[in-house]
Design a protein around this ligand. Sequence first.
Ligand SMILES: Cc1cc2nc3c(=O)[nH]c(=O)nc-3n(C[C@H](O)[C@H](O)[C@H](O)COP(=O)(O)O)c2cc1C
Length: 153
Amino acid sequence: MSAFPTGVAVITAVDAADRPHGMTCTSLTSVTVSPPILLTCLDVRSGTLGAVLDSGAFAVNLLRADSRRTAELFASAAPDRFDRAAWRPSRLLGVPWLHADSFARAECAVKKTVDVGDHVIVIGGVVSIDQERDVPLLYGLSGFAPWPGEMAL
Ligand SMILES: Cc1cc2nc3c(=O)[nH]c(=O)nc-3n(C[C@H](O)[C@H](O)[C@H](O)COP(=O)(O)O)c2cc1C
């Protein structure tokens, strides 16, 4: 799948002790437009997945081209990820929105989960979104790159 370039998201959630969790994620897919539903596939060992399952809610933060370091930070095991990135709780569900590093943010309620091998497919209904026009960060061929084309939005 490294030969299939995608955008880059950070999936975030809050655990039962109100601690924020977040992980870089490229397995993100739209499912339906009406109602707005998307899915993401998270590793069973992920702390972020635990928070998503505990709280029943998560955020999708689509990263800007100049936020590669944040993508690397949220792919690491650094315990202080949320001290090193600007964030605020989303409007309705209170999931962490990385407002400085993302150009689009969604807050989602978990509708269904499916266990598949070492990952869990998490299907979420989009409750609200927030977005600005900016150049997306991409990931493919085992590396990060900015979107190379014209901005169509
Ligand atoms: C570009 C990129 C994409 C990634 N996509 C996913 C993904 O789709 N699902 C997943 O479970 N992990 C993915 N990861 C790995 C997680 O970001 C990484 O395991 C993270 O440290 C998990 O954090 P957590 O255990 O605190 O939740 C990706 C990593 C990178 C660098």
